[in-house]
Ligand binder design. Structure first.
Ligand SMILES: [Fe+2]
Length: 129
């Protein structure tokens, strides 16, 4: 069984999927169950300073930076995407990034609160929640 917006990864081929609508079945890739990605938080024991999203309110919305110390954006190690959700999960914006770019997202919105997730190709999925 899955839940809305959960992310799963295949440890064999690297396929990664997000649940758009939840179902009863198990997600399988390359002949084995996909691994559900745990959302890591500020309470994680390692690497928080470069992965926990830092959210700053701006005049038109929010500025989001990944890490109090900027996360590396090198070919071998980088932030793959930054995603902002409304707390009711009705609105999502996701920005895909490439090595060399800044791990930042400027979000225009009039929402009172956002929840951010960011995915590091080495250290996994992180959340502000
Ligand atoms: Fe990382």
């Amino acid at each position: 069984m899955t839940n809305l917006l959960e992310m799963y990864k295949c440890d064999i081929c690297g396929n990664m999927v997000e649940v758009i609508e939840a179902g009863e079945g198990e997600l399988v890739c390359c002949g084995q169950p996909m691994r559900k990605l745990k959302e890591l938080t500020k309470d994680h024991e390692m690497y928080t300073e470069k992965h926990v999203p830092v959210i700053t309110k701006t005049e038109t919305g929010y500025n989001i930076k990944i890490g109090t110390q900027p996360h590396p954006m090198e070919n071998e190690h980088y932030i793959v995407f930054i995603e902002a959700n409304s707390p009711d999960k009705k609105y999502i914006k996701r920005k895909y990034l490439h090595p060399g770019e800044k791990p930042e997202l400027d979000l225009k919105c009039d929402c009172n609160e956002i929840i951010v997730r960011a995915y590091c190709n080495i250290h996994g999925l992180w959340t502000s929640d």
